[in-house]
Design a protein around this ligand. Structure first.
Ligand SMILES: Cc1ncc(COP(=O)(O)O)c(C=O)c1O
Length: 378
């Protein structure tokens, strides 16, 4: 009885693993969860206080669908200062999470029969949104550094959108300026839109983040998506946004106003506080992520894996072809070592030989996981 449109997409694989892991935990197993896509840190206290204050001040009613003007203004200012993207508040749409922004942006741009280019591996939601729009995902293989190989070879006269996600989930790869310039050149030459998901922008090590929306000639063809989940450990709050040309904002707003209406009122006020307060909580979180990344990558390499240090996000995308491939290894690790990781097959048709390990877990759990992996592969 379900619609054919929804039969086109699958349940989120990361959530499916999480539910299996929690079943095992309920049975009393000591499960190490290295499968989640969220910082394991608490939301900074001053952000929580700000939401409480907003609630007490009666900010508990409907807001404009596109978001409260003060937050849109703060986001526009952030994009100008941090990202060199020159937008007005009217070109901002505040959404309940960046995921909703990705959903609305893809539905706003894509028609049935269109093609959208994305990297293999990519975050699983892009493909689901592309399919839901009736369009087709065209996967571009990655090189050993998880950079796309020759995107231009995959452009056809149906290509409408290229999706870029840097720093990237699941690989942690960071696009350099040159890599993004290549994408921009293709987008301009073939008249294609770009969706740039920059949610991991602040979780970056020894590299600089560039926003493709700031490049010459790209102003009218980039949808920049970002949010509060990762930078401020606010996953459960559901707050994100897109900055895009007027027509895309208008189209996405129609979808938002007839579905979720708007992001939660007092959460939007907390968002202003997050952007306008001192950003030291991000620095200390990133410092800890870097230490964990080093423990994990050095540990895996000492066990005989071949793993480079990613420059961003909080994931390692590990080649386990020699151990039976991603699905088998993820199942083996969960059932025999009680470690939850995500199989690479969730991130693209060519990524089945990998697993994604999230190092958003305390250091002692990462050490424990390495010990268990050692015992499992011995
Ligand atoms: C690449 C990427 N974009 C967007 C999101 C979703 O962020 P939000 O919590 O703001 O919806 C995630 C979450 O895992 C992600 O990995």
């Amino acid at each position: 009885m379900t619609s054919s449109r929804l039969n086109l997409i699958e349940e989120s694989a990361t959530l499916a693993i999480a539910s299996l892991a929690s079943d095992l935990a309920r049975q009393g197993r000591d499960v190490i969860t290295l499968s989640l896509g969220e910082p394991d840190f608490a939301t900074p206290e001053y952000i929580c206080e700000s939401a409480v204050r907003a609630m007490r001040n009666g900010k508990t009613h409907y807001t404009p669908s596109a978001g409260i003007p003060e937050l849109k203004g703060a986001i526009a200012e952030k994009l100008r200062t941090d990202n060199d993207i020159d937008v007005t508040s009217d070109q901002i749409l505040v959404t309940p999470g960046a995921k909703q922004a990705v959903f609305e942006a893809t539905q706003a741009v894509l028609d049935e029969g269109d093609e959208a280019i994305l990297l293999d591996p990519s975050w699983l939601t892009y493909d689901a949104c592309i399919r839901y729009a009736g369009a087709r995902s065209v996967w571009v293989p990655a090189d050993r550094d998880f950079m796309p190989l020759d995107i231009g070879d995959y452009v056809t006269d149906r290509t409408k959108l290229i999706i870029v996600n840097s720093p990237g989930n699941p690989s942690g790869a960071v696009f350099g300026k040159k890599d993004l310039e290549n994408v921009a050149d293709i987008a301009i030459d073939y008249d294609i839109m770009v969706l740039s998901d920059e949610i991991y922008e602040k979780i970056i090590y020894d590299r600089r983040h560039f926003s493709i929306g700031s490049f010459d000639g790209m102003y009218d063809r980039v949808i920049t998506i970002n949010g509060f989940s990762k930078s401020y450990a606010m996953t459960g709050w559901r707050l994100g946004y897109m900055a895009a040309p007027d027509d895309i904002i208008k189209a996405a707003l129609k979808l938002q106003s007839h579905s979720v209406s708007h992001a939660t009122s007092f959460v939007q006020y907390a968002g202003i506080t997050a952007l306008s307060s001192d950003q030291r909580s991000i620095e200390s979180m990133v410092k800890e992520f870097r230490a964990r990344r080093d423990i994990l990558v050095d540990g895996l390499n000492s066990l005989g894996f071949d793993c480079k240090k990613p420059y961003g996000a909080f994931y390692v995308f590990l080649d386990v072809a020699d151990y039976g491939g991603g699905d088998a290894v993820a199942e083996h690790l969960l059932k025999d070592a009680y470690i939850a990781v995500t199989p690479g097959s969730a991130f693209g048709p060519g990524s089945g030989e990998f697993i994604r390990i999230s190092y958003s877990a305390p250091r002692d759990r990462i050490y424990d996981a390495l010990e268990r992996i050692k015992n499992t592969i011995d």
